[in-house]
Design a protein around this ligand. Structure first.
Ligand SMILES: [Ca+2]
Ligand SMILES: [Ca+2]
Ligand SMILES: [Ca+2]
Length: 273
């Protein structure tokens, strides 16, 4: 199944390459592609074992299997997230810095906080969508937390994701209007895969809402995030790169010990949605 998806994905260029690389699981882990982080990459066979219960499934059965797999995790406190993001989002060219999600700026890990010009902890799945806050759970899950510029984080607010709007000053390539936010091209797929990870990981257990993507904007405090059709397009156009794969490895090896399936197996987005 994944091989037919891979050949279909090759029409879109990069996806085909990424899937092909992932299918080459006999090769040593993608360690050569890992630009940063101290954690060694999980071996290809370990990743294959990790997903074994999901193999051969599709649709809701695949989603349920992945939920079981990724729910086995270590959980961080919100204060622990600061240090973790310093590892997961480290600038490959400067171990003292992180790369900010929307601006792409490389900034000192130490310059985090709430002042203008600092970086802070962005919940890519807006925490008001399902009202999970910052207590231990979805609000502290590294798979959708990213360092962002304080001001740009505020502009994004809790908007759904969609194409269009006016350019965000100081954040080239990002656009926003009254009900949605469009991130720069280089992180569009990252955003999509983070949202879809959250949908699979959070299915109504542990006292938190069942998070799900939908095709709307203006979801407000409902436990939904849009727009699914646009997110799927972004996922196709911006396949996982070495930075994103490395952060998945660092989260898996050093922090939460769970993985984002849609970074490892991009074809599973279409298999579920
Ligand atoms: Ca809009
Ligand atoms: Ca990307
Ligand atoms: Ca869900």
């Amino acid at each position: 199944m994944s091989r037919s998806r891979a050949s279909r994905g090759s029409v879109a260029g990069g996806i085909g390459l990424a899937v092909a690389a992932l299918l080459a699981v006999a090769a040593p882990a993608p360690v050569s592609a890992a630009p940063a982080g101290d954690a060694p990459s999980a071996s290809a066979s370990a990743v294959a074992d990790y997903y074994a219960p999901a193999e051969g499934r599709t649709g809701e059965a695949l989603k349920a299997a992945l939920h079981d797999i990724v729910s086995d995790q270590t959980k961080l406190s919100y204060s622990q997230v600061w240090g973790a993001l310093g590892d997961t989002d480290e600038d490959p060219a400067d171990p003292d810095n992180v790369i900010l999600l929307y601006t792409g700026r490389s900034q000192a890990k130490s310059e985090h906080g709430g002042d203008l010009g600092d970086w802070n902890r962005e919940h890519v799945w807006a925490k008001s969508h399902g009202d999970f806050g910052t207590s231990i759970g979805p609000g502290t899950d590294l798979h959708h937390l990213r360092p962002t510029d304080v001001r740009v984080n505020s502009i994004r607010g809790n908007k759904d994701f969609d194409n269009g709007g006016s350019s965000v000053s100081g954040a080239p390539g990002n656009y926003t209007d009254g009900d949605s936010f469009e991130p720069r091209d280089a992180v569009k797929g990252d955003v999509a895969r983070m949202i879809l990870y959250m949908a699979v990981r959070y299915e109504g257990g542990d006292g938190f809402a069942d998070l799900e993507p939908n095709d709307r904007v203006g979801n407000g405090s409902a436990p939904y995030h849009g727009r699914l059709g646009v997110l799927k397009q972004w996922h196709r156009e911006d396949p996982p790169d070495s930075f994103e794969r490395n952060r998945n490895e660092v989260i898996y090896s050093a922090y939460q010990h769970n993985r984002n399936p849609f970074i490892d197996r991009p074809e599973w987005v279409e298999a579920i949605w």
